[in-house]
Write a protein that binds this ligand. Structure first.
Ligand code: GTP
Length: 811
């Protein structure tokens, strides 16, 4: 190893900055109650196939009479971000440190047993890899879609018993099997160990069991609900440990009339949970949150061996991240096989000599630091053990420096600060240190616990010290894995190579990956056909912390996906379809766009048009339908024909529909093989017709459903005031109902001499001395009005009520 001249910082001691949990926040939303009785809700008109949206009523005065609907529309709260990725405690084992360790726990006495010697260093330029993110498509589905019925079977899950040394356990992650799992603030529990992360298996008790289960005698306040599919009111009540009537009441107050057997979709479940301050988590989010827990499990304990640290470099733009990476690599390559062609695989390994002259490896992730944190963490994976924060000595702490600090802190990843560009005259390392103290990073020499190493990336100054510090921090970090098992880890990046097919760079986090292994990465299944290391050389195996590029997957997984090796293809295939199913379900839950959901978005001003893709048998049909659609009134909701063509419905049409929130119409045509499955996967609803009028009726109904309902006045009856009776301080009008009827709590207008002297609510309605609900024409009654006493004999009373009315398209 080349030693750099400057060794001034050799005395630095490593301390792992352990920043733990990200605080969980939950929006407490005010629960609005309708104050008066609301006895009926006018149901939205039922459509032949397209469902109209739930009625929306404007906010008006709260005092109502029975048939008046008053409601506040509220947005469904966003699904809270995963909050379970971070945690606080890593189990420590006995360890003999080679150097004094301030602020550290006892360590395990173990040296690195690196059984992969295939990898060494060669030259080449390490580019900056972009992590590919999965494409998220919006989905189209109809409310009537009963796909959900089939979605309740795949969810049993056992959470692996986490004895995570490399990955902290999750205090907040819900565990559960069956259709749903709720976590109470008292009774969190972990299920039995599972061999597979992401958890197949489980108890299999499922929804049925949860339905049969008796309601606990003393319900606990549920904090989090894992939703795996639509639930009936009964099931939701059971999961939330509340009475069914509570849910019915809350939905009723929002204008949604349900009974206990009614199935609620994700949006409605979220609405109820939001009111109850219960966090809703989808199954996918939950399994993402659990991923890091599953890296090590009980069976690994007896075979733990040290693994190299995985390091990411972060920092402000132009502070020297790339130069530092290159410099570290070149230095190392210079010692070895300089001139070799280095394959870019998004990660590379560097041999570092420790104090006692032993060679240890450090793995650098060649991924922009922020992406390594955000993209990976967003998917529940944590791949980085240590972050190097590069701060230019001549520039100091800048916005991205601060951002990087927050990322590392949030992820609980220890930081080593590289104060770079020390070769510059304008370098002011003390200023940098001072600035960093404002963010809780205090250098050791100032009494803090953060390692800060002045370096020059450009001339390699003090890089050896930096690497040594990394090793020391790694030692503190308890980085162990079990190489004697089947591999599991995380996809660093993946793409589709024209010649080689799907290519993925995998970081092995536990076990050893071998050529020939049956592998499942995300939901991409395959058999490892070849593995290539960062020197571009084929290798037969990759042990923990090693990154290799693999060939042999049938699909391209997403960066951040977890991968795992299975004994048999059958086993992997079962989990693959389970994962695909879960992902689809989650998409359906979160992204499904039914016609009524579209209409809700229209009402929120989010959507102005109804997108349509039309495939018909022949061009003549296409033209006829297009012409007819054009004639539909479009003042309020516009139809946008994204595609109108003859032919069968293809996968491309599905993609387009999914990407554009479009309704896909097939007229007298067929659906190509594969397209049906694609539609299913994407949650796109193909609406098929062979009678043009049905098609037009449905589209018109859907457009009308997108219009906000009107609040209209409905006349009830007329009455005349014939006598006035003082009752206490107020006065009651003795009336004769001339036509129609008066209803308690209806609205009334009092007319006198051609003038309206009062407009308000009828407060009390009596026949003789009894309170009654209504009085019909030809009968006498006594009435009192809210805030009105000034009755005169001869006053004419006009009774009416406000009702919501579905609007029709204005022509
Ligand atoms: N003098 C001096 N210049 C340096 C040093 N390290 C990097 N530079 C220069 O600083 C500039 C930015 O370096 P990069 O390595 O591209 O910085 P970066 O942080 O990767 O920048 P981005 O990729 O844009 O975020 C380049 O011109 C480097 O040559 C150093 O130690 N000393």
């Amino acid at each position: 190893m080349e030693k750099s001249a400057d060794k001034a910082d050799k005395a630095d001691k490593p301390v792992a900055s352990k920043h733990k949990k990200r605080p969980v926040t939950s929006d407490n939303q005010e629960v609005r109650e309708v104050k008066k009785r609301v006895s009926t809700v006018k149901p939205a008109r039922s459509m032949p196939e397209l469902q109209p949206p739930p009625s929306r009523q404007p906010s008006v005065a709260i005092k109502t009479e029975p048939t008046e609907i008053i409601e506040d529309d509220s947005d469904i709260g966003a699904i809270p971000e995963d909050d379970g990725l971070l945690d606080s405690k890593r189990p420590k084992r006995g360890l003999t440190l080679k150097r004094p360790q301030p602020m550290t726990s006892p360590k395990r006495a173990s040296s690195v047993d690196d059984d992969d010697d295939d990898i060494d260093e060669k030259g080449g330029k390490a580019g900056k890899a972009k992590v590919k993110r999965p494409r998220i498509k919006p989905l189209i589905d109809d409310e009537d879609d009963d796909d959900f019925d089939s979605l309740t079977t795949d969810s049993s899950e056992s959470e692996a018993l986490s004895i995570s040394l490399a990955r902290p356990p999750k205090a907040k992650t819900a565990s559960g099997s069956g259709k749903l799992a709720a976590v109470s603030n008292q009774g969190r529990k972990k299920s039995a160990p599972s061999r597979h992360s992401g958890g197949s298996g489980g108890s299999g008790s499922g929804a049925a069991a949860s339905r049969r289960a008796p309601t606990p005698a003393l319900p606990e306040k549920v904090e989090r609900l894992v939703v795996q599919g639509p639930m009936t009111v009964q099931e939701l009540a059971h999961a939330l440990s509340i009475a069914e009537t509570e849910i019915i009441k809350r939905l009723f107050s929002r204008g949604i009339a349900v009974n206990i057997t009614e199935t609620l979709d994700f949006k409605t479940i979220s609405m109820v949970c939001e009111e109850l301050e219960v966090t809703v988590v989808t199954e996918e989010q939950k399994s993402a949150a659990q991923k890091p827990d599953n890296i090590l499990n009980a069976e690994d304990l007896d075979n733990l061996q040290r693994r190299p640290p995985v390091v990411t470099i972060m920092g402000h733009v132009d502070h020297g991240k790339t130069t530092l990476l290159d410099s570290i690599r070149k230095t190392k390559v210079a010692q070895g096989e300089a001139g070799g062609i280095t394959q870019h695989i998004g990660a590379y390994h560097v041999d570092v000599q420790n104090e006692s002259g032993e060679t240890q490896q450090v793995v650098f992730l060649d991924t922009p630091g922020h992406e390594a944190f955000t993209a990976m963490r967003a998917r529940g994976a944590r791949v980085t053990d240590i972050a190097i924060l590069v701060v230019a000595a001549d520039d100091g702490v800048r916005p991205q420096t601060v951002e990087a600090i927050s990322h590392a802190k949030a992820a609980g990843v220890p930081m080593v600060i590289a104060i770079n560009k020390m070769d510059k005259e304008s370098a002011q390392p003390d200023r940098v240190k001072q600035e960093l103290t404002e963010y809780g990073l205090v250098p050791e020499e100032w009494g803090g616990d953060t390692i800060m190493v002045p370096v020059s990336a450009i001339n390699g100054g003090n890089l050896d010290t930096l690497l040594e510090m990394l090793l020391l921090v790694a030692e503190v970090e308890d980085l162990y894995a079990n190489p004697n098992r089947m591999a599991k880890g995380t996809v660093i990046e993946a793409n589709l190579d024209k010649a080689r097919g799907p290519v993925a760079t995998l970081l092995v986090q536990n076990g050893t990956l071998r050529v020939g292994d049956v592998i499942l990465a995300g939901s991409a299944l395959g058999k490892v056909r070849a593995m290539i290391d960062d020197h571009g050389q084929r290798v037969e195996n990759a042990s923990p912390s090693f990154a290799v590029e693999i060939l042999g997957l049938r699909d391209v997984p997403a960066a951040g996906d977890e991968f795992e090796v299975f004994e048999s293809e059958k086993e992997a295939a079962a989990l693959a379809s389970e994962r695909a199913n879960t992902a689809r379900q989650s998409r359906l839950l979160q992204g499904r766009v039914s016609l009524s959901a579209l209409s809700a978005r229209v009402q929120e001003g989010e959507l102005k048009d109804l997108n349509i893709i039309l495939k018909a048998d022949v061009q003549g049909s296409v033209e006829a339908i297009v012409n007819a659609l054009k004639k539909l009134p479009q003042k309020e909701v516009q139809l946008r024909l994204l595609l109108a063509a003859p032919g069968e419905v293809t996968e491309t049409d599905i993609d387009l529909a999914a990407a554009s929130d479009a309704v896909l119409i097939g007229f007298n045509t067929t659906t190509a093989s594969g397209a049906r499955q694609a539609a299913d996967r994407a949650g796109v609803d193909i609406r098929e017709y062979n009678i043009i009028y049905n098609l037009l009726d449905d589209i018109e109904a859907a457009m009308e459903g997108m219009l906000e309902p009107e609040l209209v006045e409905e006349p009830l009856g007329q009455a005349e005031v014939r006598a006035i009776f003082p009752v206490g301080r107020s006065r009651v009008a003795g009336c004769y109902v001339q036509s129609g009827k008066l209803i308690r709590n209806c609205k009334i207008r009092v007319h006198r001499g051609g003038q309206t002297v009062h407009d308000g609510f009828l407060d009390s309605l009596k026949r003789i001395k009894d309170d009654v609900k209504e009085v019909n024409a030809g009968y006498e009654c006594g009435i009192a009005a809210e805030n009105f006493n000034d009755w005169n004999e001869g006053d004419s009373i006009e009774a009416y009520r406000m009702v919501t009315k579905r609007r029709t398209l204005s022509r």
